[in-house]
Design a protein around this ligand. Sequence first.
Ligand code: PCD
Ligand SMILES: [Cu+]
Length: 782
Amino acid sequence: MSYGPMHRKEDARFIRGRGNYTDDVRLPGMLHGAILRSPHAHARIVSVDTSAAEAHPKVRAVITGQTLAGLNLAWMPTLSQDTQAVLATDKVRFQGQEVAFVVAEDAYSARDALELIDVEYEPLDAVIDARHALDPGAPVIRDDLEGRTDNHIFDWEAGDRARADAIFERAEVTVAQDMIYPRVHPAPLETCGALADFDKVTGKLTVWCPTQAPHAHRTLYAMVAGLPEHKIRVISPDIGGGFGGKVGIYPGYVCAIVGSIVTGKPVKWMEDRSENLMSTAFARDYHMRGEVAATRDGRIQAIRVKVLADHGAFNGTAQPTKFPAGFFHVFSGSYDIEAAHCEVTGVYTNKAPGGVAYACSFRVTEAVYLVERMVDVLAAELGADPAELRMRNLLKPDQFPYTSPTGWEYDSGDYPKALRLAMDMAGYDKLRAEQADKRARGELMGIGVSFFTEAVGAGPRKHMDILGLGMADGAELRVHPTGKAVLRVSCQSQGQGHETTFAQIVGQELGIPADDVEVVHGDTDQTPFGLGTYGSRSTPVSGAAAALVSRKVRDRAKIVAAAMLEASPDDLEWADGKWSVVGDPSAGRSMAEIALAAHSSLELPEGVEGHLDAVTVYNPPNLTYPFGAYICVVDVDPGTGQVKVRRFVAVDDCGVRINPMIVEGQIHGGLADGVGMALMQVMAFDEDGNHLGASFMDYLLPTAMECPSWELGETVTPSPTHPIGAKGVGESATVGSPAAVVNAVVDALGPYGVRHADMPLTPANVWRVVNGDPFRTDLAIP
Ligand code: PCD
Ligand SMILES: [Cu+]
């Protein structure tokens, strides 16, 4: 009843410029903060002289690492159980690192005063290329950690090495390929920032910031700063895009809080674009080597992977605690493979920390890219068609639930159906014929296929947590006497449209219009605890909580309806949005009627409270496993190296779609992101660690110009564990599309003997290949 393509409720304010973002919040007497950042990638701090800045007539406070050290706040814990400097005390470890914080009467004076701070640095050699981080004699970045003599962070493995090795030893065919998933940045339109207001009288701290996880932030502030949790309120107002970059706590947030405590005034800090690109969380930066073993007739038997993970100067990757490489486990892809093994080694380098799940649900993007490139490398080796090779190896519907070689249980799917549909929509055979014609004329056309399975909706408490916090989500539902409802949830959308889809879930369950349901989120004082929005977990976890809390309300309504109908609850059935006596639907009672009766003088049975409100906490039994089949068609100009994405067919299966229009919007956005990563986005550094992508002139984002008109298809395999059968979808397209684009470009370059090319496939890079120069794989260092 309430599912379907409904316009987004939130758009009424967004398209009229009435959104309320962190920077829109203004408090009386508010002061402004600015951060002094390191010009060096690696340097010892000899001295910091703040006297001239303090003398600036509009400056109210200057905070340094030393000030914070006195409060025991110079270092903070990261999401990966490492520590990160809030303001540097001993050394700076990446260009753009936070060194000092100025609080002034206005934002301009704060910026001006930064120039008055005199920092003496003693530059040190920097480690920029992760492949040299473990060289003997490499500068030790984290000498703050006791006993550290190298830049090694962790080794992690998954799968069965012995089984995989045994298959490789006797395999008819093996292929191997090195590849880089370059460092990229979520680059949301709204940058990060915070407004902190510490009330000395009540002892209450209120922090406005665009966080994807308001409750987790509050708990962490309480744990780290020792403030009582009930005296902290985190408000996450409208967010202008998050994409994983707004999950963690940034030094600037802590500085704003300290600034407010020190000055006794509200302090706002908003970063600019360059600060956002240089210092907030990056994503990917995986150097991977994949190997596949197969039979001569194209049966994939085993896959092995080695990864060198560049984590930057502090290990701040965001993912469930037990998984240093996130959910990289899914690197065996969507195929029926006998054995799989991977090893991941994490290292420190002199780059910004992060490692966020930028539209990727915890390293799933890297895993999917790897396996989908490897299948194409194998196809090239065997002379097989990449779509047919995939079809041959995809898991079959009767294999679900399927336990992968790394021990994950894929919940459901009909993979061949999705790939068949994509091939039909694309006109696959015709495209191949067209390509052959064009090749004969010397024109470069490429067709790229990719198939992905994602693991989203973190997660079952027994398997995962973040810093000890279980990943279950609460929901509260109130029904007013007139039958209008208010749903309170812990997640917070950054543009995904929860105010609409979550209202649709409740509307569907209660038989009331979605417009009669208000969704409250993003304010810890107003919502139940839960871990937030990322890893496409809102629908799988909070969405499930919303459905279940609605069912609780419906069950309470049943008892009231029974009293109204003078029947036994056992004789009632729920049909057409009403409770009615079995066999007599005409006398049914709607939720609005029941709600009014619940608050009236109607005599209720013993023990029934006079309202319908309910609360719940949902602990997901498993993740959800959306999947999809993508086909990309490109034309490459051999004269300029320019890649034109001519067509893109995307068949997605995210189970039951609550709002197909929002789902399609999510897919459009993700596809654009994928084209961007494949063709233009990269965070590059020079050998001294200077950041080469600190503005949108250098860090390129895709626009409508680079995107074709997307052709979307769908199949629906409901999740067997989710109460409404929905699976997450927010990140699917970003996960699945880069491989399709790269596969298409490599396919186009087939006549040049190219088997692999690293992202981003910029005109310059493609031109080099066409002109016989070796393709450069070390793009992190131009
Ligand atoms: N089946 C289904 C599913 C889903 N849906 C819808 O859709 C959406 C989404 O969802 P999901 O999948 O659940 O997701 P979420 O959780 O909500 O979200 C998250 C995601 O989301 C995406 N998308 C987006 N959009 C926008 N606009 N913005 C942003 O920022 C963003 N981000 C991105 C990301 S990156 Mo991470 O954070 O990296 O981890 S993660 C992520 C929402 O509204 C929902 O409800 C429906 O309807 N149906
Ligand atoms: Cu939300």
